[in-house]
Design a binder for this molecule. Structure first.
Ligand SMILES: Cc1ncc(COP(=O)(O)O)c(C=O)c1O
Length: 462
């Protein structure tokens, strides 16, 4: 440690290079180059080991830090709570656990119960286990299949990968768990790649593709449909007109539970508390993680209706008749303490209103860039959850080579602007630039980000 001073993080870089296995990264590059270490953050900005400042257009890389960096009030709430009571297993309650559940439920009409866990993957696994147990309790195990959609992602564990609609994430990790069935995507921009997709009424048609899968599998075998309200890593896909109404009709018709994955959309990202609330969806199960505490503590939630919850307490004489699941760190109080303060900040600073205004501004800026650069084939999004799909030809919509997409991201990074791109997601289609700045972004921040994209596109595509 004696080689390390406040200005010299070379030891940290060496330790990282020698011992840390980074997420979702090929490490050969670190044999010659340095891994990036993010040392500090404040508001929209982060600083690396060389003191270089960056504006972060992706909220911690993965749609997470909704209220921005360096929030003292969250740090204080967590500190006070963990000094008082840091942890007890989730068979019992905690003060922040009860209070955050109450606050969360007040934002989710129709939902009543909060099950605490640690990650988005884990929350989704809880949802899957709830569906499976209901199948066993009510339908002799038959109605156990879980439908998931092409291009959606629900996590990194083997069960959530079994429900994974992104073939590059899944490749080489099989075999997967049985009973997970894929339904087609609903991406209007690429409907020309789907056999039979109509020019008019695409949303209803795309939903009807789900019904076809249900009928093929047998409705009495299908327990749930798990969908992202707006697909994130699969290409920032906003649903087509008419899609969600028809999806809900289908679920009702065949007695299929609707599990909405709000891991990215949840807690303000789309300008309302939850993405599903944009589309008048009435879910049975809702899962959330990333933005719940903006990354100040690890917390995820699997939220259900009282009707779902009731099925797990209806016969107390049966020793197996309850949800026999535990998440050790679901008992950490730092999560709900941070989440409560996170929600207070979003309300008191009116960040969802800001999200809508800034989201419109970012979309308008990107659309203006599309006038200039034919490589931008499509701009889409909801609130501050935005994608720009790059193509080689606007008419054929052939996807841009991911190396050139990566060059745009790298150029922005060079300029001190961190943007994202779909990564090891859909084979041949990792071609969407992703933007999800913190909900505190100002007009100047948005313009700084899109100016950098302008310069990068100019250099990469000429
Ligand atoms: C929609 C969605 N669901 C679930 C997950 C998994 O969350 P986690 O990485 O916290 O397990 C992610 C992560 O990116 C996600 O985007």
């Amino acid at each position: 440690m004696d080689t390390m001073t406040a200005n010299d993080l070379s030891h940290v870089v060496d330790a990282d290079r020698a011992h840390v296995w980074h997420h979702l990264v090929q490490h050969k590059q670190f044999e010659t180059g340095e891994p990036r270490i993010i040392v500090e953050g404040k508001g929209m900005r982060v600083w690396d080991q060389h003191g270089k400042e960056h504006i972060d257009a992706v909220a911690g890389g993965v749609w997470t830090v909704n209220v921005g960096y360096g929030r003292e009030s969250i740090a204080n709430a967590v500190r006070d709570q963990i000094l008082k009571m840091n942890f007890f297993g989730g068979t019992v309650g905690s003060i922040p656990g009860a209070l955050f559940a109450e606050k969360l439920i007040s934002k989710m009409p129709g939902m009543t119960r909060v099950y605490y866990a640690n990650s988005g993957s884990e929350a989704n696994e809880k949802g899957f286990k709830i569906v499976r147990q209901i199948a066993h309790k009510r339908y002799g195990g038959k109605k156990h299949k879980i439908l998931y959609r092409e291009r959606d992602y629900h996590g990194s564990t083997l069960a959530t990968m079994s429900a994974g609609g992104q073939d590059e994430r899944n490749a080489q990790y099989g075999p997967f768990a049985p009973g997970f069935i894929r339904v087609p995507h609903c991406m209007e921009y690429r409907k020309h790649e789907q056999d039979g997709a109509p020019d008019e009424g695409y949303g209803v048609w795309a939903a009807n593709q789900i019904e076809e899968v249900i009928l093929r599998e047998g409705a009495d075998t299908v327990g749930a449909l798990c969908l992202e309200p707006v697909t994130a890593g699969g290409g920032v896909i906003t649903p087509p007109e008419g899609y969600w109404d028809r999806v809900q009709e289908i679920c009702k018709k065949y007695d299929i539970l609707l599990h909405i994955d709000e891991v990215v959309c949840g807690v303000g990202r789309t300008g309302v508390w939850f993405g599903y609330q944009n589309y008048d969806i009435k879910p049975d199960i809702v899962t959330m993680a990333k933005g719940v505490a903006s990354g100040y503590a690890a917390i995820s939630c699997c939220v259900t209706t009282e009707a779902v919850f009731d099925l797990f307490k209806d016969d107390s004489s049966d020793p197996m008749n309850y949800f026999r699941d535990i998440s050790t760190f679901g008992g950490c109080t730092a999560g709900p303490a941070a989440a409560l303060e996170n929600m207070r900040i979003i309300e008191d600073e009116d960040l969802m209103a800001n999200t809508l205004v800034m989201g419109d501004r970012m979309v308008a800026n990107l659309q203006a860039l599309a006038e200039k650069f034919p490589a931008i084939g499509d701009v889409r999004g909801k609130g501050l959850f935005i994608g720009a799909e790059l193509v080689t030809d606007r008419d054929t919509k052939d996807p841009m080579d991911e190396k050139r997409v990566g060059a745009v991201v790298a150029d922005c990074m060079q300029q001190g602007v961190i943007i994202g791109a779909t990564n090891r997601s859909i084979p041949g289609k990792n071609n969407t630039l992703c933007f999800s700045p913190a909900l505190i972004a100002t007009a100047d921040d948005i313009d700084e980000i899109t100016d950098a994209v302008d310069a990068a596109l100019g250099r990469v595509f000429g």
